[in-house]
Design a protein. Structure first.
Length: 117
């Protein structure tokens, strides 16, 4: 089976960041995929048209994390929470949840725009 035809290679999918990485890490990753899938030798162009160095668009959770860090609330909260409870604050889980909700809301708004547009 070809990598491009697998369920793993889809536009903006979880592997796009690593596949489009032009560094040694990306080259190693593409070499590992060559062991399991039929791929062209060397580096290949993305069948979805993504350029080298592509990064996914930051999500809602990334924006909230950035705002909390810039205002100074995030680092203070993390330090106080760890000192009081002895556990991590759960910011990574919050960030992932907000990113998932943001993607879902974006898809719903796009569908609504096509319907009402």
């Amino acid at each position: 089976m070809r990598w491009f035809d697998s369920r793993f290679c889809r536009p903006g999918g979880p592997h796009c960041r690593r596949c489009r990485d032009a560094s040694e890490i990306g080259a190693w990753w593409r070499g590992e995929k060559r062991r399991h899938f039929r791929l062209p030798d060397g580096d290949w162009e993305c069948p979805r048209g993504l350029p080298w160095g592509w990064q996914p668009r930051p999500g809602l959770g990334d924006a909230v994390e950035w705002a909390l860090d810039k205002t100074g609330i995030g680092p203070v909260y993390k330090a106080v929470h760890r000192r009081l409870t002895g556990r991590p604050c759960g910011c990574a889980k919050r960030k992932a949840t907000l990113n998932r909700w943001g993607r879902r809301a974006y898809r719903l708004l796009r569908r609504a725009g096509r319907f009402f547009g």
